[in-house]
Design a protein around this ligand. Structure first.
Ligand code: SAM
Length: 256
């Protein structure tokens, strides 16, 4: 992904791995996530895209389901593999935009559910990478398998062009979030900048956000239909006028 200044599929994970569990443990209701994904899988194997350090995968695997996680970041997977309760998770280092090339992945399928939580799908920085990912998911699912994507809803009035905010301040550190926004490409590029007396750490990220309608069109082009759209992992009906996050379930219907 040279067009994004050297940003690679592994860039996000490699630069956030050391703080990920501290910073993002509580971003969503894990019990509800696990319950909903388990019921959608109905005893069939699951695949998590961008499994990271296993925030969801570890408790999900603890329910006894068969679970594979792919992630492009070696650093993220190292942390996952070193967790004592992650032994049952099959972790594969791969780009989710190239699932067909992920070594050994198809041997563990077909899958009942493929899912991408917490805006992970938007980590794919172009329309074509997202389309390739959807196509890869289609190929790995059972004929009636489900694809589940959690994403934020871009605000109606648009996003700010650029911004700086304070994420955290302690007596010895400050973490700033800086970002720029390209509305035409629906791309937000940012850094979390962690400042300490010992030096600064830059943690880069890219989000190629899509509206729910755009996601639906891409999913349909890849051979999926919309099954459900919820506002949370409890299954609250989604209302675009109210909710800023959606959990969308697509069902595989045909060849892309
Ligand atoms: C926001 S984190 C989510 C981690 C975990 N799923 C969770 O919900 O906490 C996104 C994860 O996706 C991974 N990732 C980003 N781009 C990827 C890509 N192209 N292919 C595979 N993994 C990717 C990152 O390394 C990171 O672990």
């Amino acid at each position: 992904m040279n067009e994004h200044d050297g940003y690679r599929p592994s860039s996000y994970g490699d630069s956030f791995a050391d703080v990920y569990d501290d910073w993002y443990a509580d971003v969503s209701d894990i019990d509800a996530t696990v319950a909903l994904l388990g019921s959608l899988a109905n005893g069939r194997p699951l695949l998590e895209l961008g499994v990271g350090t296993g925030r969801i995968a570890v408790p999900l695997a603890a329910t006894g389901v068969s679970l594979v996680g792919v992630d492009a970041s070696h650093a993220m997977l190292d942390i996952l593999r070193n967790k004592s309760d992650a032994a049952a998770i099959i972790a594969i280092e791969a780009d989710m935009a190239a699932l067909g090339q992920a070594r050994g992945l198809s041997d563990h399928g077909p899958f009942g559910v493929v899912f991408a939580a917490f805006n992970t799908f938007f980590n794919l920085p172009t329309d074509s990478a997202q389309a390739d990912c959807l196509q890869g998911c289609h190929g790995l699912l059972f004929d009636d398998g489900r694809l589940v994507i959690e994403g934020f809803v871009p605000p109606e009035g648009g996003l700010a062009d650029s911004g700086v905010s304070v994420r955290d301040v302690t007596a010895s550190t400050a973490v700033l979030t800086v970002s720029t926004h390209d509305a035409d490409d629906q791309l937000i590029r940012g850094h979390h900048i962690e400042m300490r007396s010992a030096g600064n750490t830059m943690r880069p990220w890219i989000i190629h956000y899509r509206t729910p309608e755009q996601l639906d069109a891409s999913a349909e082009a890849a051979g999926f239909v919309l099954d459900h759209r919820w506002a949370d992992w409890h299954g609250t009906p989604f209302d675009p006028a109210v909710h800023d996050v959606h959990i969308t379930v697509y069902r595989k219907v045909s060849s892309p």
